[in-house]
Design a binder for this molecule. Sequence first.
Ligand code: ASP
Length: 425
Amino acid sequence: MSLTQRILIAMGLGIGLGAILQWLALPQDHIVMSGLLNGVIDGGGKIFVSLLKMLVVPLVFVSLVCGAASLGDSGAVGRLGGKTIGLYLLTTGLAVSLAMLIALTTDPGLSSADLKEEGVTESFQPKQAPSVKDTLLNIVPSNPIAAMADGQMLQVILFALLLGLALSKAGDSGTRLRSIFADLNEVMMRLITMIIALTPVGVFCLMTQLGATLGLAEIAKVGMYFVTLVFALLIHGTVVYPTLLKSFAGLSPRVFLAKMREPLLVAFSTSSSGATLPVTLRTVEYKLGVSNNVASFAVPLGATINMDGTAIMQGVATVFIAQFYGIDLTVSALLTVVLTATLASIGTAAVPGVGLITLTLVLDQVGLPVEGIALIIGVDRLLDMLRTAVNVTGDAAVATIVASSEGQLDRDVFVSEQSPSQQPA
Ligand code: ASP
C-alpha cells in the first residue's frame, strides 16, 4: 500500500473514531476521554507535529547553504529572488482578488439571518498583529543562533543564503565545507523520509481530535461564508495554479497535483505550512524535479511569506463582515483589501490560526469592526486546514515555475512515476 493510501485510511479512521466519540458525548473525566482522546491521541498528534517542526530549522539552513553555494554568482541569486518574490506576490494578489469577486457574487454576509437574530455569541479579543514594516525590518538577524533558536525563518533564510554565497567564493576552504554541507543535506533528507513514514499515525491522532470536536452546527450558522470560502480555495487550487503551471512552464497540472498529495494531506492535518515544510521540500525536489538551488530557497521563503489560502480567507471574511454589518465597500476599499491582504499574508506566521490575527490588519485598514472576527472563529479550524493546503500548493507551484524558467527543473523526474522513497534521499 502506498504512503498516500495509508495516510488516507488513517484520516478516515481518525475522523470516524472522533465522530463516534463526539456522538457518545462521554464526560471529560471518563477514562476514554482523559486516557485515550486527551491522553494518548492528543500526545501522539503533538509528537508528530513536533517531529516535523524539529526538522525545519536545520533542514532549511543546511539545504539553503548548499543551494546558495552552488548558485555562486550573486546575479543568479538576485534574478531568482526577484522572480520568486514577484510570483509569490502575484499569486497572492490574484488569490485575494478572486476571493472577493466570488464573495461579492455569493453575498455570504447577507444570508446569515439566524446569526443576526442570535447576535455574536463568541467573543474576540483583538491581538496586536505584527506590522508589515516590522516584519520586513526583522529579516536581518543580529544573532543567527538566536534566530535559529527562535525559529525566525526569514532571518535563518538570509543567513544561510549569505553563508552559502560566501562558501562559493572561499576557495579551498569553501569547497571542503561545501562537501560537508552536501553530506549533511543528504542525511537531513534521509531523516525526513524516516519521519514521513510515521505520517499515518500522526494524521490518525490529529484527525481523531478533529472528528471529536468539530461542530457542524457552527458551520451551518455561517454556511454561506463557509461554502464561498471553500469554493474560492478550490478554484485557486484547481484552476489558478494549473493555469499558471501550464502557461508559464508547460507542465501538466494533473501530474503536479497528484505528486503534491503527501504535502497536501500533511498541511491539511497539521494546519501549519511551517510544520509541513520538510514534506513540501522533499516533494518539490525529489518528486517534482526542482533543483536544490531553487527549491532550497523558494520553498522555505514561500512557507514563510506566501499564503494564498490565507489571503483568500481574508478576502472572503472582509466581504462577509462588511455585509453582515451593512457597510458598503467602495472600489478603493476593495483595492485596499487586495493590497493589505497580500501584505498581511507575508506577516502571517506559518502556524495554525494566525491568519485570523492578521485579518485584523485588513479590517482596520478599511474601517471594519474587528469584533466581526468573532462571527467566523467557530468555523475557522476546518477552514484553516483547507487554506493551509492551498498555501503549501502555492509554494510548490511557484518553486516549480521558477525552476522551469531557470532551466533548473528535471522534467524526467517531474513525469516519472517513481516514488521518492526509491530515489536517492
Ligand atoms: N495555518 C496557516 C498556515 O500555516 C496560516 C493561517 O492562515 O492561519 O499556512
